[in-house]
Design a binder for this molecule. Structure first.
Ligand code: G3H
Ligand code: 13P
Ligand code: ZN
Length: 320
């Protein structure tokens, strides 16, 4: 058993309190490899932003759990080396079982999500409470979820949104003891969040209704990539084929970040940025075969994307 405290990580409790009071949100960026980790740390150090490093179960399978943990630890040391001891949370994204959450806690995670949102309400409560009881013994914070996002959440596929029911949140939060709650208000995972012709809009009215029921309680938004159209155009220009990809408008996320939304999850935009940079190098320099020659520019583009998100969408700059 490794305690996250010995790795220099923090849980999310204090960060969320400050974020709610300050009207901003903490960035939750997913990582699977070294370049993503470096870009996240560089961007957060440069902007003096706290950060949540997210590991999905897919990331765990791809990169190996031990390697990811040492990478997070490396991230803490790297931030110090860059001259800024920013608060860093290591968080399990979309944990789907008690065993997975327990294993992550034993590996040094400071925060876990137990996603029981696709289960019947009572089952979601029981599973979430079980994880909370275990995690809190180690001062690890827990995110639960109510409502189902459209699209794919790991292996769970939903055709349409099941918005979070505001009348359930108080009961869920008090019965489970969770530290934060992910809600479904029209965001979704991936690069195809709306159909062409649909108005890209999230249900801020439901968010405000939820806030009224649990004032000051930390709310999380998943599926919050904005799918920047210039990046999509760049990918397509260099031989990609992304059609009709639409994300959440940044101004709506900025609005949400001013409320009790204190964690915003962004993964797909980073994937798009890396892909655009890699395609560009490979098309413009077909003679290149050194991975550093395309992963380096990909890392730089990712860093610039994160800096933009922190300064213009989340508002978490200078909040460390
Ligand atoms: O919510 C999902 C995250 O974007 C992680 O995606 O499961 O493909 O690693 P992944
Ligand atoms: P995006 O696919 O919109 O980036 O959402 C990521 C996410 O919610 C990770 O949990
Ligand atoms: Zn998610």
């Amino acid at each position: 058993m490794v305690s996250y405290k010995d790795l220099g990580l923090v849980n999310s409790r204090e960060l969320f309190k400050k974020a709610i009071n300050g009207g901003y949100a903490i960035p939750a960026f997913n990582f699977n490899n070294m370049e993503q980790m470096q870009a996240i740390i560089q961007a957060c150090v440069e902007t003096k932003s706290p950060v949540i490093l997210q590991v999905s179960s897919g990331a765990r399978k791809y990169a190996n759990q031990t390697i990811l943990r040492y990478m997070a630890q490396g991230g803490v040391e790297y931030a110090k080396e860059l001259g800024c001891n920013i608060p860093i949370v290591l968080h399990l994204d979309h944990g789907d079982s008690f065993e997975l959450c327990k294993s992550c806690i034993e590996y040094g995670f400071s925060s876990v999500m137990i996603d029981g949102s696709s289960k019947p309400y009572q089952e979601n409560i029981e599973l979430t409470r079980k994880v909370v009881e275990y995690a809190h013994q180690y001062d690890v914070t827990v995110e639960g979820e109510l409502g189902v996002l459209a699209g794919v959440e790991d292996d769970v596929k939903a055709e349409s949104h099941t918005y979070t029911r505001p009348e359930e949140v108080e009961d869920f939060v008090s019965k489970t003891g969770v530290d934060s709650l992910a809600i479904s208000i029209g965001t979704s995972h991936g690069a195809y969040k709306f159909k062409p012709g649909q108005k890209p809009e999230i249900r801020l009215d439901i968010l405000h209704e939820i806030e009224k029921r649990i004032p000051g309680f930390p709310i999380v938004l998943h599926g919050s990539s904005s799918v920047p159209q210039d990046i999509v155009a760049e990918i397509n220009h260099y031989g990609g084929h992304l059609k009709d990809s639409i994300g959440i408008p940044e101004d709506q996320l900025r609005e949400a970040a001013k409320s009790a939304v204190c964690k915003i999850n962004i993964d797909s935009d980073g994937r798009l940025a890396m892909t655009a940079a890699i395609r560009k190098v490979l098309v413009e320099h077909p003679e290149e075969f050194d991975p550093r020659k395309y992963l380096g520019p990909a890392r730089e583009k990712l860093k610039q994307l994160y800096i933009h998100k922190i300064n213009n969408v989340l508002g978490s700059n200078d909040k460390m």
